[in-house]
Design a protein around this ligand. Structure first.
Ligand SMILES: O=C(O)CCC(=O)C(=O)O
Length: 257
């Protein structure tokens, strides 16, 4: 049987692992409520505790509520609802198996994906990370709502974690969201949609190619994503990145939040 790290980075491995029904409705609800409060504070010009609130750029997103016009909110992992999730011993166990006993959480993002919002084109997360060592780096993607073909679920290309980081070109669509880039030099025919229920959790390697599609439904498709790397990783953008925020998470396999 493959260990979790083999499953994520092995040469004959999927590059991801799924943990159904990982989080309860209470856990996902408290995250959603907290991020909504940040979106409303930002709209009122109030402090947002260092979070970065990014508007949805897709034309025609004219929801009445502030959160209906937001694509992502970054830098959440020091806030109580997100620390509560990270304090779950099951999360520590997964991340220890995936990376090792000494780990930092360096990035977090809540993705709203409101009705009509853009999906994020094919990419590899490590494209965004100027790290030494470059790996291991993993993401935890928690479904806050159901994720369907219609509302813009994630699609992954199993096995693509064995690929080097490909060239990424800017998302060519008019009014693309800030930071969206795309791999166009690889065959994605064998990709698979990740049809998830609220509370399901996906863990994937930072070289795994993945994308999400536009939300063509009338409901929100939300997700919360945390990214982890080995403690002591050299991040060339540690002082300058608008989104990376290195926080100690595990030392000797113990949670140190
Ligand atoms: O959930 C999405 O819509 C895209 C998320 C994604 O691609 C990522 O977290 O890297």
């Amino acid at each position: 049987m493959q260990t979790l790290s083999q499953k994520l980075r092995g040469s004959d491995a999927p590059g991801f692992a799924l943990f159904p029904s990982f989080a309860s409705d209470d856990v996902t609800r408290v995250m959603l409520d907290d991020v909504i409060s940040l979106c409303r504070a930002a709209a009122d010009g109030e402090p947002v505790d260092g979070a970065l609130v990014m508007p949805e750029a897709q034309a025609g997103m004219q929801g009445k509520l502030p959160e209906e016009r937001i694509s992502k909110v970054f830098k959440l992992h020091r806030r109580a609802p997100f620390q509560a999730f990270l304090s779950d011993p099951r999360v520590a166990e997964l991340i220890t198996e995936a990376i090792g006993p000494d780990v930092d959480c360096f990035l977090s993002q809540f993705i709203f994906k409101n009705p009509g919002a853009w999906g994020q084109p094919w990419h590899q997360d490590s494209y965004y990370f100027a790290f030494t060592p470059a790996r291991p780096v993993v993401a935890l993607w928690l479904a806050i709502t159901e994720a369907t073909l219609e509302n813009g679920c994630l699609h992954i290309l199993p096995g693509s974690q064995t690929e080097p980081i490909h060239e990424h070109i800017p998302d060519q669509r008019p009014n693309a969201n800030v930071g969206y880039v795309e791999i166009v030099d690889h065959n994605m025919e064998k990709s698979e949609p990740c049809l998830l229920q609220a509370g399901d959790l996906m863990l994937f390697d930072s070289h795994l190619m993945h994308r999400s599609t536009d939300n063509k439904s009338s409901g929100i498709r939300a997700a919360m994503v945390f990214h982890f790397a080995t403690a002591g990783t050299d991040d060339q953008t540690r002082e300058t990145s608008p989104v990376n925020d290195w926080m100690e998470f595990l030392r000797d396999g113990r949670i140190v939040l």
